[in-house]
Each structure stands twice: as C-alpha cells, then as structure tokens.
Design a protein around this ligand. Structure first.
Ligand SMILES: Cc1ncc(COP(=O)(O)O)c(C=O)c1O
Length: 386
C-alpha cells in the first residue's frame, strides 16, 4: 500500500471484543459499509439493523435520540439541526393541503411564522387563539376538522401555563393530534399526559452550555416512523459531533434544571417584592394566575422569569443594559444568565387585540436564570433596578 493509499485507509483501531469505551465514541463518519451488496440491501429494506448514510442516521445521533425518547417517556425520537428545524419538519411531515392547524398567540415567534407563512403557502389553514381561551379551542375544534393542536407550556416569554390535560382531551375528542413544544418544561415534565408529540430545542437545557444547537421530536413509534422518511429527505440530520456534545450535556441536565430553578424562584420572589416592578411572571410564585395548574402539572416551574417595570420601556432598556452578569441576548436554559429587553422580545405580527392577549407590555423583560451564585445575581439585578 502506497502512503497516498494509506492515508485514505488508515489502520483499524477498534478495541478488541470485550474492551469497550465507557463514553461512546463520536462516529464522525458520513458513510457506513457492509461486506456485501446483499447485506446492504437487507439493511436498506429495514430487514437488518445498521447504518448507511449520515443524512438518514448515525450511531452517535441515534444514541441521543434513544436517550431523549426514554427521558420523555416515549418510544422514539428524531433529532435534527435546531429546535425550529424539528418544529418545521414535524409540521411539514404531518400536514397536507387543506388541513387545519390550531395554535396560539403565546407561541415562539418563529413557530408562528412557520404556521402562518410557510404552511399557508402549501394550503394548510390555521387558527390562532389565546392559550387561555379553552372555550374558543372547543368551538374551533367543533366547527372544522383539525389535523393538530400545537401549544407550549409555560409559554414564552410571560410563562402562562397551558391546561395540558384539557387541551389534549379536547384535541383528541375532535380527532386532532396534540403537539407540545416542551422546551421550557424540559424532558422530565408532561410525560404523563396523552400528548402525541413533544418537540424540543436541544440548544437550551439539553446541552446546557449554550455552545451547540439541536432539536428533537419525540413520540410513539408509528408517528415517528411516519415522519422518518421526510426528515431524511429534508436533510437537517443532527451532526454527530453536536449530538455528542448534547449527550454529554444531558449528564448534568437534572441537577442543572433543579439548581437553576431554585435560583429562578429566589429571583422571582426578589423581583415581586421590588417597588420598581409592577408585575412578576413566574409559575412558581403563588401570585401567578396559573400557580395551581403549574403545581398540578409541573415538578419544577423552570428557569425563565419575566417581569414588567413600572416606569415603562425606557426603564426596561436602561435596566437591561445596566446588568453586568446577564448577557443581553436570545436563548435560555444554559448555565449563564441572560436578559431579553422588551425592544427584542416584542412581536410585530400581532393585531392590537392579540398583543393585549399575549400578556406582553412595553416594559416586559425576560430573564433566563443560570447557575451563578444567586446572591451575585440578585445584587446585579438590584443595582440595575437602582
Ligand atoms: C420555546 C422555544 N421553542 C423553540 C425554540 C427554537 O430553538 P432553536 O434555537 O434550537 O432553533 C426556542 C428558541 O428560543 C424556544 O424558546
């Protein structure tokens, strides 16, 4: 073998049988081969296990998918390159021209955009209500066949809590699928409800470190199998290196979520008592309008705290820029604290009535609470409010 050949066929260093790595290696390979065409065809027909081409599957990404399915308490999962990609692919896979989708004002902006702009281009109709309008949900579902109900809980950014049990029961009574964006609640919550599909941004709590993107949809086997061919041809399979980083992040998921929630609770209590704050939105506060629902549905109320300042949007701008420990940027769920001022949180696609129903005000600030010392975070908030 010439050296030019050798560099393309390097020595095999697979550990001998019985000698296994404690952490699974990163299978950074686009292609996988079998010894024969027949074995390859058996695998491609689904008659034998294996891998062929990374756009369809890869062992490192598969390990993450199987872990996430178990965490959420469902059969299977498809991972992809970002949270919005998982949302877009799920919606594209499940709908066709003439279908109707019910969703909510209190939904992540790009998801609203996917439903109202992208799906509408393919003839999928939609209705947008407030997540608090269960009577409206019932009326819409009774009035027309609906393919799916897409919702979040707690909602972004004012942390409204959806009545998951009632929403799912209404969807199923009228033959619609119930799909939740469970990013805020996390993989350890809402599993006991009859939700058909859970989508997640893995960019948030799963990795925890804010240095990698990913998304996932989790559900029962036949729904995931139905979507799998579309996911493969739409081509946003999660790269194995990103999958490895997210898998590594999951090792500390539970302790991070709990510790960040404990910090968030203390910060919410501090904000609620502060004279500059007119209202604090945190599902763990007894004053939250959906506190009882949150206690019933959630083991932990999460790490996002929003609040309104008495002095309006300019005060909110000054506050956000005066913070020293909170990065002024998007995202949530990582170990460092973040702030989103109202100038960046606001939505341009609402009518005035929808804007009112959203619960957002010109001074709503969203905080994502990290793992820093909570005394330091409160001192920073205090000086910025001052
Ligand atoms: C509730 C929710 N869903 C989905 C996403 C999208 O995730 P990604 O940024 O991984 O595409 C976000 C991002 O902020 C989010 O907050």
């Amino acid at each position: 073998m010439k050296k030019q050949t050798l560099v393309n066929h390097p020595p095999d260093v697979s550990p001998p049988p019985g000698n296994v790595p404690v952490t699974a290696p990163i299978y950074q390979s686009v292609k996988f081969e079998f010894e024969s065409i027949d074995e390859t065809l058996r695998m491609l027909r689904g008659d034998a296990p294996g891998y062929f081409y990374m756009r369809a599957s890869n062992p490192t990404t598969r390990q993450l998918e199987l872990t996430l399915a178990q965490l959420q308490g469902r059969d299977d999962c498809l991972a992809s390159a970002s949270g919005v990609n998982s949302i877009a692919q799920t919606l594209l896979s499940l709908t066709k021209q003439g279908d109707h989708v019910l969703f909510f004002i209190e939904t992540y902006g790009p998801t609203r955009n996917i439903i109202r702009r992208l799906l509408a281009r393919f003839g999928v109709e939609n209705t947008m209500l407030s997540i608090e309008d269960l009577a409206g949900v019932e009326a819409v579902l009774a009035s027309r066949p609906t393919r799916l109900v897409f919702f979040e809980s707690p909602t972004n950014p004012v942390t409204k809590v959806a009545d998951v049990e009632k929403l799912v029961a209404l969807a199923h009574r009228h033959g619609a699928l119930a799909v939740i964006d469970n990013t805020f609640a996390g993989f350890h919550q809402h599993g006991e409800y009859e939700i058909d599909l859970y989508v997640h941004s893995l960019t948030k709590y799963a990795s925890g470190t804010g240095d990698v993107m990913g998304g996932a949809v989790i559900g029962r086997r036949e729904l995931i199998d139905e979507m799998r061919p579309d996911f493969a041809v739409l081509g946003a399979h999660l790269d194995p290196h990103a999958a490895f980083l997210i898998q590594r992040g999951l090792k500390t998921y539970f302790v991070r979520y709990s510790a960040q929630t404990a910090n968030a609770r203390k910060i919410a209590e501090f904000l609620e008592a502060h004279p500059a704050v007119s209202r604090c939105h945190y599902p763990g506060l007894p004053s939250h309008p959906h506190a009882a629902l949150a206690r019933k549905q959630m083991k932990e109320p999460g790490t996002v705290v929003s609040f309104d300042l008495r002095d309006g949007s300019e005060a909110a701008r000054k506050f956000s820029e005066a913070l020293k420990l909170f990065a002024l940027t998007a995202s949530l769920g990582s170990t460092e604290s973040l702030v989103m001022p109202p100038q960046l949180v606001g939505s341009r696609d609402f009518t005035p009535e929808q804007a009112r129903q959203s619960g957002l005000t010109p001074s709503t600030v969203r905080l994502s609470i990290g793992l820093e010392d909570v005394g330091d975070l409160i001192a920073d908030i205090d000086q910025a409010l001052g």
